[in-house]
Design a protein around this ligand. Sequence first.
Ligand code: ME8
Length: 538
Amino acid sequence: MATDKKFYVTTPIYYVNDKPHLGHVYTTMVADVVSRYHRLLGDQTFFLTGVDEHAAKVSDKAAEHDMTPQQWADQNAAAFKDTFTKLEMTNNDFVRTSSDQHKQKVTEYVTALMKSGDVYEGEYVGWYDAGQEEYVPETKAKEYDYKSPVNGKPLVKKTEKNYFFKLSAYRDELVEFFAHRDGQAKPFVMPQARKNEILNRIKEAQDVPISRTGSNGWGIPVPGDDEQTIYVWIDALFNYLTYMDTDDRREFWQAGPVHFMAKDILWFHAAIWPALLMALAKCDGYDWVFSESVGKNIMVYSHSYWVSATGEKMSKSLGNFLDPAAIDNYVGEFGLDALRYFLATRGPLGTTDSAFSPDLFADVYNSDLANTFGNSASRVTNMINKYFDGICPEAAVKVETTHDYSHAAEEILAKYIKAGNQLDLSATADAALSLVRMVDSYIEETSPFKLAKDEEKLPEVATILYNCIEALRIVSIMLWPFIPDQCEVFWERIGRNEYAQALADGTGQLKAWSQWGQMEHGSEVQKGNPLFPRYQVK
Ligand code: ME8
């Protein structure tokens, strides 16, 4: 049964100046694992990802290729969509900022903000980072020696007639909002280590330009001023709302969005975005956009970077990224589950960058998947086939052991849920693996393969193998968000296709399914190829 709880998770919408790379796949994969985790809990989950089209770097790239911006955007949007489909991302929709729904809603929101006075006309002089499509404040520009901190190119001094968003008017409200959320179970900014930097910047925040000229019509026009288009960042941030501003989706918005992104764009999400929502909520008919429940649950999670082996950020402009072809190679060699598992558990979710190394990938694959769940599943299903003809045995007699399974499974489930709710994906996966390690040590301790040599000991072997297969059944449920494909293969082998069906229908039941003792004596347990064949380093 699905719970009444709603869950809404997003990724940044990615620029379509180029093809997707590992960084984009990473954030989308993390959001996908988190979505699957919530679907497993039974929460009604909405997962949104997509692309950001109206950037100058998109129209520049299009011109280089003799295409219109829309043609270029179409081509790369398709590449993002294909990549995500191939990687079995379970996003419920795919944002395109050139869609009518988005453009129309952004126009409505900006019109409302112009009417309320939070968007006004003025003149802007500042330092522009063309690669990032971002104005850099004077103090920061000086600190960076007037060069882009990302690609090293000179910052450009620009003067423009501009529309501004009155961010300065929201300083106090933002500071108060941060403080309020600090006192609650869920802070607004995660990891918390990044909060102070944002807060300090908020305290001195100036109004922000939200329009530009000279975009040759590539962008959403400022309402009532065809010479200006809405600055790509404002257009982009609104995607999280425009796609949910329909009768059947507003409820998901009310659950409070959980936004994933990398640290480079935290400022936009942690300061400008909530301020825009606060401002819009003051306009007629929009109070729902920053309702109490949104204010209580909205969250911005900014992870660190994947860096190359030499420590540079992987990025399109630096050209040092793992592209779709390289990602395909990993999937071909190790399987999609392995990529998903590696990204989710060894990625830069915390405050330090992660280097992507093929050796580490292979090590993690062997240690966490092949030698752990994969090996244990093979061992146990093989023994059940060898000693009990593939029929789930009965735990009828007591076996001396130091392992208290049913109790341990309960404790592990509690740990798993705690880590999952805190978005600590490596601790979540590790909780599940700790139950596999327990199965292994139980087998070492009780040696069913030795006992089986003595006919009289078969009832003990039966109990041992029942406990093992039951524990692995629970493990496979907990590991599903990380390695769904092989968990579903395992479910077929133990006669539990119903889990996959329920999850596809959005009616996961983690807690009910994880209660001890649901493998049925007499049901079929098939053996099969290793779920994760061990990788031999070449
Ligand atoms: O910033 N490591 O788009 P973008 C980890 N359109 N994650 C990485 C990464 C890396 N090396 N490189 C990129 C934009 N990412 C805007 C966003 S949202 C309203 C608008 C991921 O194509 C990470 O999620 O530059 C980062 O925030 C995002 O890609 C930036 O993608």
